[in-house]
Design a protein around this ligand. Structure first.
Ligand SMILES: Cc1cc2nc3c(=O)[nH]c(=O)nc-3n(C[C@H](O)[C@H](O)[C@H](O)COP(=O)(O)OP(=O)(O)OC[C@H]3O[C@@H](n4cnc5c(N)ncnc54)[C@H](O)[C@@H]3O)c2cc1C
Length: 362
């Protein structure tokens, strides 16, 4: 069995993991990054990839080997102690410090983040298959009125104006964690696209149809997307480090991103309690912050505490509209929404990591 050693191990190459890897490499620290997949993916663009694949091609994705600084190992971490991980390849890695950045998944929505497509080719094919499946459906039900459900409904309406689209939400407002103006504007924009928005509904699959357990209403549709139930990818900590997890399965950290009870472990992004808001942009900022802190502590310098940066969040509701939350308010102004609409943030995210999208994939 192969056994490796590294100074800093990063588990997970999402927004947080890649940002910390690139940041540490810039500081001259040697890192090893482990991910199940062989490619990074800008999730912001995955829904449009399903509805309108020609717009951005495969540019949301890029092989780690083509841009990641440091050593990359494609493998899943199956268990972990405070100084060693076991991989699903049978190998193990010992480390001085480790950064847990394994993010989250949507068990019912592989279009958003894949569950099984670990190669670049397989994910591109998965996206094409998802597009075909959507194309052949005349009626669509989207369950969940959070940002993913709202965005998906709008994207489908833009790409397929003739489809019958229903968005069902268990609460009485869309985008529940957003300011009231954003909730209202998103609803107005979806309604204007002909989407039927049903509040206070909880649809569950029953035979071939979907039945609302609150009202008894039944819907028969050709295609349904369940945009609910985001889960942190932290099961591999259960066997030896279960004490670091909170009741939601998030890794408990202090304001320096240090895992509670361990001074050589850190956790960032969607799998961590560092910030209550779960965004890829924030995960990237956290990665940059931690890279600087680790480099400082190696040099014996004072480290900083994490502070949430001013947040700019654009939720597209189709290719021509959207709602932007800015530090000073909510807007639907075209030039602000257009900043995201241009390429769904693909170029900006790769720029943050010191690279460009893979234009061969257009
Ligand atoms: C459709 C959609 C649209 C979104 N749009 C936006 C947006 O516009 N702006 C925004 O800021 N955020 C957006 N988000 C949220 C954003 O995608 C997440 O907040 C972000 O992915 C979190 O980044 P992360 O690095 O913490 O984890 P992830 O991106 O989830 O990455 C985790 C990585 O860890 C790997 N991994 C998991 N378990 C293991 C293991 N055991 N061993 C090895 N590797 C493992 C995974 O393969 C993955 O590569 C969107 C999300 C979705 C689903």
């Amino acid at each position: 069995m192969n056994h490796r050693q590294t100074e800093v191990l990063i588990i997970g190459g999402g927004f947080a993991g890649v940002a910390v890897a690139q940041g540490l490499a810039k500081e001259g620290v040697e890192v090893t990054l482990v991910d199940k997949k062989e490619y990074f993916e800008v999730t912001f663009a995955t829904l449009r990839n399903v509805t309108a694949p020609r717009l951005h091609g495969n540019t949301p994705r890029k092989l780690y080997r083509d841009f990641l600084k440091g050593t990359f190992i494609q493998a899943g971490v199956s268990s972990m102690t405070h100084h060693r991980v076991e991989l699903d390849t049978g190998e193990s890695i010992e480390f001085q410090q480790a950064i847990i950045a394994t993010g989250s998944r949507y068990p019912t929505l592989p279009e958003a983040k894949t569950l099984t497509s670990l190669t670049y080719a397989a994910r591109n094919q998965e996206m094409q298959n998802a597009h075909q499946s959507l194309t052949s459906a005349a009626s669509v039900l989207i369950i969940g009125g959070g940002s993913v459900g709202v965005e998906l409904a709008g994207e489908i309406a833009s790409a397929f104006p003739d489809k019958s689209i229903t968005l069902a939400h268990s609460g009485d407002r869309l985008l529940e964690s957003s300011p009231p103006k954003a909730q209202l504007k998103a609803w107005e924009q979806l309604i204007a696209k002909g989407i039927k928005v049903k509040f206070n509904r909880r649809f569950k699959k029953q035979g071939d149809a979907y039945r609302c357990e609150k009202t008894g209403e039944t819907l028969s549709v050709d295609k349904a997307y369940e945009c609910v139930g985001m889960m942190p990818n932290t099961e591999f900590l259960q066997s030896n480090l279960s004490g670091v997890l909170d009741t939601k399965g998030l890794v408990k950290v202090d304001e320096m991103a240090r895992v509670q009870g361990y001074d050589n472990l850190y956790a960032l992004g969607d799998c961590s309690t560092l910030d209550s808001r779960k965004h890829g942009f924030l995960a990237s900022v956290q990665g940059g912050f931690l890279a600087k802190n680790i480099a400082k502590s190696i040099k014996g310098k004072k480290v900083k505490t994490y502070k949430t940066p001013p947040l700019v969040m654009v939720t597209p509701t189709g290719t021509d509209s959207g709602v932007a939350q800015l530090p000073f308010g909510v807007t639907t102004m075209k030039f602000v929404i257009g900043l995201k609409q241009k390429d769904m943030g693909i170029t900006n995210m790769y720029k943050m990591y010191g690279t460009t999208p893979d234009l061969r994939a257009e």
